[in-house]
Ligand binder design. Structure first.
Ligand SMILES: *[C@@H]1O[C@H](CO)[C@@H](O)[C@H](O)[C@H]1NC(C)=O
Ligand SMILES: *[C@@H]1O[C@H](CO)[C@@H](O)[C@H](O)[C@H]1NC(C)=O
Ligand SMILES: *[C@@H]1O[C@H](CO)[C@@H](O)[C@H](O)[C@H]1NC(C)=O
Length: 332
């Protein structure tokens, strides 16, 4: 073990010590830095440029294959272009396995067929896409997304709720603010706390701050939460009959980091709970004209990522990326 680790570290050191740049990309590099407001210290620019060139090449190769029909989705350079996949995983995700709280299990509804496609955005259940920033609070965005949806279902009012309230105040439930957390622990916090503030009264800051919950500004209650057993069939029934559902996925692949559009399928994805690293919101599902089935997923990386902040993920392909592995919603 030790000699292998030593060798790996040594090799990395050699690579980053002498990054070589393709000078024909100078203008493109400057344009990219300007567009995304990037400024670097002199001693880090070389390494960032090398990472960017690497990503650029990987995207180009993928899109060449996409043009030949070898992939169902394309990639694009975006604001994550200067992050290695390892750095990306550290800052942009934030889902931590599963906590141990008790929850009820979703029962398949006894009604007959559900629609072939569902998109809760069209029915007022979904707020605009947000950006979690450099803070692993995806779990809070995912939890707020399904809670906002269930409150809308109950009251007919779409009131954005505070992710920051969850980031700051649910530590004793096992959540770790910007270092990650669980949606079930978030729901348990709201239930015990007797409310969750609106995001207008308690705005998102992308950092850990002290808890400032104020019952005066609460706009939601939680009575419990329901877990959907790991089955894409049951997940479809749940989305169709309940509304947007909080889910966790394996997102730690360059293909996800730079997704532009199309049907996302990643052969390297795991669907095992221990490999899931990111939480998102399932807002619907459907089927393309060629019969390919997808899940409609809202991410929290801003509107410039993917398709206006959304991604279509392969459905009924052996639970690709674990989308049905940890799925739940609150009862209100
Ligand atoms: C939030 O708190 C965690 C745990 O103490 C810490 O590791 C992390 O760096 C903090 N993140 C931010 C952005 O403040
Ligand atoms: C939440 O429950 C408390 C206690 O029953 C109640 O006073 C409050 O009005 C409820 N809030 C909402 C937004 O429904
Ligand atoms: C899967 O991962 C391996 C090792 O990291 C990599 O070589 C391969 O290209 C990946 N396959 C896909 C489809 O991304």
């Amino acid at each position: 073990m030790i000699p292998t680790l030593f060798l790996a570290t040594l090799c990395l050191g050699v690579v980053s010590a002498a990054p070589l740049h393709d000078s024909s990309l100078d203008a493109e590099w400057h344009e990219w830095k300007t567009r995304h407001g990037k400024t670097y210290m002199m001693n880090e620019e070389g390494q960032k440029r090398a990472v960017w060139e690497n990503n650029r090449k990987m995207i180009e190769l993928h899109n060449e294959d996409y043009a030949k029909g070898k992939h169902g989705f394309s990639l694009e350079m975006n604001a994550f272009g200067d992050l290695t996949n390892t750095e990306f995983k550290e800052v942009m995700t934030g889902f931590r396995g599963m906590s141990t709280t008790e929850m009820s299990l979703f029962q398949e509804p006894l009604l007959g067929d559900v629609p072939k496609s569902v998109d809760w955005r069209k029915h007022g259940y979904v707020t605009p896409v947000k950006h979690q920033g450099k803070c692993g609070a995806c779990w809070a965005f995912s939890a707020v997304g399904s809670l906002v949806g269930q409150m809308f279902r109950k009251t007919g009012k779409l009131v954005p709720l505070s992710e920051q309230n969850l980031v700051d105040c649910s530590w004793s439930y096992g959540n770790k603010g910007c270092d990650g957390g669980w949606m079930d622990a978030a729901f348990q916090y709201v239930k015990d706390n007797g409310g969750l503030d609106t995001s207008e009264s308690y705005p998102y800051e992308a950092r850990n701050t002290t808890c400032r919950y104020n019952p005066k500004y609460s706009a939601a209650n939680v009575t419990g939460f329901v877990r959907i057993p790991p089955s894409e069939h049951l997940l479809m029934k749940a989305v169709a009959t309940v509304g947007p559902i909080s889910v966790a996925i394996d997102s730690k692949h360059p293909s996800f980091q730079f997704y532009r559009g199309g049907m996302y399928y990643e052969a390297n994805c795991s669907n095992d709970l221990i490999f899931l690293d990111h939480a998102v919101l399932l807002v619907g599902y459907g089927e393309e004209s060629d019969g390919k089935k997808y899940w409609l997923v809202k991410n929290s990386w801003g509107e410039n990522w993917g398709v206006n902040g959304y991604i279509k993920m392969a459905r009924d392909q052996n639970n690709n990326c674990g989308i049905a592995t940890y799925a739940l919603y609150p009862t209100v």
